[in-house]
Design a protein around this ligand. Structure first.
Ligand code: EPU
Length: 425
């Protein structure tokens, strides 16, 4: 099994290009199922979750072409949904990636039936999909859960309806939004997620002929259309990858510019980095963080749906607080079990106390390298960050979690001067 070894101590310096957003490209790939012709997607990051999604679409019968060198637009992928012949998302694929549930809405809306294995719990929490199911039922779907599968059917077209989500759910909003795009009449989705990835999905659907309005607000209006045509879409930059590099720069006292980013999707993160003492300059598609060799100051934060502080940046800021000046308090409100990095950070010498959904972190002068284990994607990122400032070598096991969501992380960090490498064994 592959591992990452990080030798701490180098201040990061230089420029790094941000890849397309994982959590945008996954729903967008699933949305291609709704179209009547090929959909070309650019700025597709090379990630394990993208490969899994392509595999799933292929299994359903879609044609997939990967274009490694779409000039100036990053990697491209063309999905031709006209050959789809199956509506079953099998357990083997869904269990490796929960986002597979995103084929439920499109398959149901376009092909009249979908069978998607129930995702089940995962490392960071129980993560039910009841809102996906209730939302699709509100549009007239007939849904049962049997033998571990969500089985959905419709009689005639789905019917536009008003649906109020019980809680803010990102993929739940995406599933219902995709189905509503092809429904008869207008749907109104209330208490919808406002994440930038929802806006990107709506932009993609609108490029294919949908009429979605107010995506990015808590009330999305979707006048349904009869069909969507083929087309193209450029995926938005990954705000979590962007934030991870900025935290790396802040922790190491360095100066890093992230290129091809979307600063307007990162307000809460940039605000916390400024509180940590970083000098930040923002241009249209770049952010420069200059720490000037200073030690960061501890920050308090509470995760919440966008535009508040993202849960996907919680572990990285925990790593920052571990070596910051002062005591930082982190409240996790989205997932019930998203503190698994705590015990690994403690192996590096961090001083963290957890009380329920709250972690209290007293910054130490120095972490010391040790073998640690990645438990989920963002937890893995926090261990790499901690390794960048720990004295000696930190060896991170189970890095397949990282490959699910960070494109070329160690190459990008090496380019900024980090001493990091991947080893086998
Ligand atoms: N929830 C329910 N019922 C539902 C749906 C959600 O109770 O039907 C609960 C969840 O259990 C959770 C909360 O609602 O407590 C919010 O979960 P949400 O549905 O928003 O999460 P998700 O859509 O499964 C996406 C991202 C996650 C990210 C969360 C929160 C994708 C593919 N995944 O997950 O990304 O943490 O939103 O922002 O978009 C990651 O990239 O590392 C990652 C985990």
């Amino acid at each position: 099994m592959q591992k990452i070894v990080v030798e701490g101590g180098a201040a990061l310096n230089g420029e790094v290009q941000i890849s397309g957003a994982k959590n945008a490209v996954l729903p967008i790939l699933c949305a291609t199922l709704l179209a009547d012709g090929p959909v070309s997607i650019t700025n597709v990051p090379h990630l394990h979750d993208v490969v899994t999604t392509a595999k799933l679409l292929g299994e359903l019968g879609a044609g997939i072409t990967v274009d490694e060198g779409t000039l100036g637009k990053g990697r491209g992928m063309v999905v031709d949904p006209t050959t789809v012949h199956s509506h079953v998302a099998p357990y083997e694929l869904v269990k490796t990636m929960r986002a597979s549930v995103l084929v439920l809405g499109p398959l149901l809306a376009k092909y009249g039936a979908a069978e998607v294995s129930l995702p089940g719990g995962c490392a960071i929490g129980s993560r039910p999909v009841d809102q996906h199911i209730k939302g699709l039922q509100a549009l007239g779907a007939d849904i049962t859960v049997e033998n571990g599968f969500i089985k959905a059917r419709r009689d005639g077209r789905l019917k536009g309806a008003r649906f109020v989500f019980d809680m803010v759910t990102v993929t739940g909003t995406e599933n219902v939004l995709m189905a509503a795009a092809l429904a008869e009449g207008t749907s109104v989705l209330e208490n919808a997620a406002m994440e930038p990835e929802i806006v990107d999905l709506a932009d993609c659907l609108n490029a294919l002929g949908a009429n979605i309005e107010h995506a990015g607000s808590g009330r999305i209006v979707v006048p349904g259309v009869e069909r969507l045509h083929g087309g193209s879409h450029h995926v938005l930059p990954d705000r979590i990858e962007t934030g991870t590099f900025l935290v790396a720069a802040a922790m190491t006292g360095g100066r890093v510019t992230v290129r091809c980013a979307r600063p307007d999707t990162l307000d809460a993160v940039i605000d916390k980095l400024k509180q940590a003492g970083a000098d930040i300059t923002v241009d249209a598609d770049r952010i420069t963080l200059d720490m000037g060799g200073r030690r960061p100051k501890s920050v308090d934060l509470t995760t919440a749906p966008h535009p508040a502080f993202p849960t996907d940046m919680q572990a990285q800021f925990m790593a920052l607080n571990c070596i910051a000046d002062g005591v930082g308090v982190i409240n996790e409100t989205i997932f019930e079990n998203r503190f698994m990095h705590v015990s690994e950070l403690q192996r590096l010498g961090a001083d963290i106390r957890v009380e329920g959904h709250t972690a209290i972190i007293r910054g130490v002068q120095r972490l010391s390298g040790a073998p640690v284990m990645a438990t989920d994607l963002r937890a893995s990122a926090s261990l790499v960050l901690a390794g960048l400032v720990a004295q000696g070598a930190t060896t991170i096991d189970r890095i397949y979690h990282l490959d699910r969501g960070y494109e070329n992380l160690e190459e990008k960090l090496s380019g900024l001067g980090a001493n990091i490498r991947r080893i086998s064994g």
